[in-house]
Ligand binder design. Structure first.
Ligand SMILES: Nc1ncnc2c1ncn2[C@@H]1O[C@H](COP(=O)(O)OP(=O)(O)O)[C@@H](O)[C@H]1O
Ligand SMILES: [Mg+2]
Length: 271
């Protein structure tokens, strides 16, 4: 880890330019201020743990990054380009995929169909479009194999037959195949078994080793401290901590989350 002239930490050897830059972002839902003056840079090839108590504003921040809602104030840059129009399609075009626990799969469709959800391959017979079922089967079977899902998983089975961890692994696999720059995971291991959780965390590490930016949201500081390069803590919609993993113990970081930033060595910004 090195510290740039901007005072923010980033992984050693990474390009200086952030892939995503959030500058002084604020967001209000009506009268309620969910985010206040948040600035964070995210670099390619790093795994950033975005941590904070329930209601801290984590999901709101990544909803802004993934183009679902525009900020009320402040700026968002992707690869140096300021994002003016906030739209999920724009984020997808930029290579950004957000994996959320509750959504993203259609339980009544097969594993294969879920793999290509929204981008189904078609072949034409006499000019008429038909689902290319062979391609769906072959490509999805490959990904099931490559990502180490059970051998007994049949891509023609309904996805509902997969366990929570397998579904999560599958969503990550799909994200990796179709997008290639940023993976955001919002509480990806909630309700998973210990083994499944380990698997998802291993995948997160592999993705960043492949050069992706991984933003991993959780309220479990101990879990993320083991794998993240950097920890960013939000508290009541403000960023209160942004440190390389090695700079603080999980216990010290937990203290900040539990007792508020008053216990932090870094004073919260007074505005
Ligand atoms: N659509 C919304 N309308 C009004 N308030 C919201 C909305 N979404 C979230 N909030 C509020 O904003 C705050 C931050 O929420 P959220 O970003 O979901 O926090 P986290 O993901 O850290 O738990 C919470 O107080 C939440 O109740
Ligand atoms: Mg949340």
């Amino acid at each position: 880890m090195i510290t740039g002239s901007d005072g923010q930490s980033r992984p050693a050897g990474s390009p200086k330019k952030p892939l995503i830059s959030i500058k002084n972002v604020g967001l209000s839902y009506g009268n309620f201020q969910a985010l206040t003056d948040v600035s964070v840079d995210f670099y390619q090839g790093e795994l950033v743990g975005l941590v904070g108590d329930n209601g801290a504003g984590k999901t709101t921040l990544i909803r802004i990054i993934s183009g679902i809602i525009p900020p009320t104030s402040g700026e968002v840059y992707f690869d140096g380009e300021r994002i003016i129009k906030f739209h999920p399609k724009k984020a997808i075009d930029l290579g950004l995929e957000c994996i959320q626990q509750a959504i993203g799969l259609c339980d009544n469709l097969s594993v294969g169909r879920n793999y290509f959800l929204g981008r189904e391959p078609v072949r034409r017979i006499l000019g008429l479009p038909f689902l290319d079922k062979k391609k769906i089967r072959e490509a999805s079977a490959k990904v099931v194999h490559d990502f180490g899902l059970r051998d007994s998983v049949d891509v023609d089975d309904e996805i509902a037959l997969l366990s929570g961890g397998e579904k999560q692994t599958f969503k990550i696999a799909r994200a990796v195949t179709f997008r290639n720059r940023v993976i955001i995971m919002d509480e990806p291991t909630n309700h998973l078994s210990v083994r499944e959780r380990t698997r998802v965390n291993e995948l997160a590490v592999q993705l960043k080793q492949q050069g992706l930016l991984v933003i991993y949201i959780t309220h479990d500081i101990f879990q993320i401290h083991r794998i993240a390069d950097r920890i960013v803590i939000l508290e009541n919609g403000r960023k209160v901590t942004d440190v390389p993993r090695d700079a603080m113990s999980a216990e010290a970081l937990e203290g900040i989350i539990r007792d508020g930033s008053r216990t932090s060595t870094k004073e919260p910004k007074v505005s």
